[in-house]
Design a protein around this ligand. Structure first.
Ligand SMILES: [Zn+2]
Length: 431
């Protein structure tokens, strides 16, 4: 709230865990501007349902129960009211509630105060209009004293909006004093201990990084009261705050330890815990492949290696734990079931099963072509890459689909070829 009323702060990012009071902070910001500095305000919520719930269950009670706000909004139940769940007016300003996937609600009147809630749950684009955050941000351009607040529980590293926003800020963390040595420190999960002190997870304590003494849960309230925000980067007009459940007065270190043990077994639940309890992004621990290494493993192909009759190629990749399954499909025209089409099919199969290493140039085929769904025949050429480090120069393995005329063949090593489709579907698995 201090940053909100700081004239030098034009933008605020909050990367947070769940249930740390972020929505209440947004409500307080709205209350402040309605009462003290009336302005056009925009609140952006990820979905229509969340927006309606927030307006009805969080905003309306605040207005109803706060004397200085109560008289400033007319009653929604009266006729001809200017106030609805999504749009409210008050003397000197208005409050509009927008939805992140609705370009119309994001791009209309100029806004001085823009509030973005749970930005990591926004779609990449508001329909075809572009990034919802950018759309809302543009509306503040005409105000020299604009203020932008955005916050969220983070999601996946690299694609998290709130993480990117926080990284542009001065990155403030809350430092609290140790009750034993009075040294200030940022609370981190690695210092929550139980077995080291012979305790159960529910009895977990915090070990001071300075004096190594164990800090009991009941000391937290006093530590929080004496704490302070400290920036880790120079201030550039953007204030950033990171807060986790470790600080929450509504949770305990023991509850967090229990939750962690319950959820650490599966990546999905562990990700949820890291996002929602620690306020940190999730990073996959799988093997990484540097792009340059992948580029070095390219191969050259020639048009001569394409089975006769193939007129269009599509390729797709199925990512497995230890390999990439690459599917290359050749598409051929097929006449009505009859002798001529069978001959065509045999020709393709014979070529594909020859076991030779085949190569196909990137401009192979005969250019863009239309392949009729119901009259096409698919020749599926597959190969497996068994590990990222192994050469991908593996002979083509093939199986042939013939639109109900033949069974899917089996590849030479005995594994079944790609499943036979119910009907030909050009574009399936197209990468
Ligand atoms: Zn200490």
């Amino acid at each position: 709230m201090d940053a909100v009323s700081d004239a030098f702060v034009r933008e605020i990012w909050v990367q947070k865990s769940a249930q740390v009071g972020w929505t209440e902070i947004l409500n307080n910001v709205i209350g402040y501007y309605v009462d003290q500095d009336p302005s056009p305000i925009l609140m952006v919520q990820p979905t229509e349902e969340v927006a309606v719930d927030w307006s009805r269950d969080r905003l309306a009670p605040m207005i109803r129960d706060t004397p200085c706000l109560r008289g400033k909004f007319s009653d929604e139940r009266t006729r001809a009211t200017a106030n609805t769940l999504r749009h409210k007016t008050f003397p000197g300003g208005l409050l509009a509630v927008a939805i992140s996937n609705s370009p119309a609600s994001l791009a209309s009147k100029p806004i001085r105060i823009a509030l973005f809630d749970e930005v990591d749950k926004y779609p990449i684009s508001a329909k075809q209009a572009g990034d919802p955050l950018s759309l809302g941000r543009v509306r503040t351009k005409t105000f020299w004293n604009r203020k932008i607040l955005a916050g969220s529980t983070p999601t996946v590293k690299g694609s998290s909006r709130v993480e990117k926003g926080f990284e542009t800020s001065d990155q403030r963390y809350y430092f609290v004093p140790c009750p034993h040595c009075n040294e200030f420190q940022r609370l981190v999960w690695a210092q929550v201990k139980w077995s080291e002190f012979g305790l159960t997870p529910e009895q977990a304590v915090y070990q001071c990084v300075h004096c190594a003494a164990s800090i009991e849960e009941n000391a937290k309230a006093d530590m929080l009261a004496r704490g302070e925000w400290r920036a880790s980067k120079p201030f550039n007009g953007i204030a950033g705050f990171h807060i986790s459940e470790l600080y929450s007065p509504w949770s305990s270190w023991g509850q967090m330890a229990r939750d962690f043990l319950d959820k650490k077994a599966f990546p999905e639940t562990l990700q949820q815990w890291i996002n929602e309890a620690l306020g940190e992004t999730w990073e996959d621990s799988g093997e990484k492949l540097e792009p340059i290494g992948l580029m070095e493993r390219r191969e050259s192909y020639t048009a001569a290696s394409i089975p006769a009759g193939v007129q269009l190629l599509t390729v797709g990749t199925d990512v497995q734990d230890d390999r990439l399954e690459v599917f290359l499909y050749g598409w051929a025209r097929m006449k009505k079931p009859g002798a001529s089409s069978t001959r065509c099919c045999e020709a393709i199969r014979g070529r594909a099963r020859s076991g030779k290493s085949t190569t196909i140039s990137s401009d192979a085929g005969s250019g863009p072509m239309t392949v009729a769904n119901s009259a096409s025949k698919r020749c599926a050429l597959t190969r497996a890459v068994t590990s990222p480090s192994r050469s991908i120069a593996i002979a083509w393995r093939a199986s042939v689909f013939a639109c109900g005329l033949e069974r899917a063949s089996r590849v030479p090593d005995g594994r079944a070829g790609p499943r036979r489709p119910a009907r030909a579907r050009p574009g399936r698995r197209c990468g």
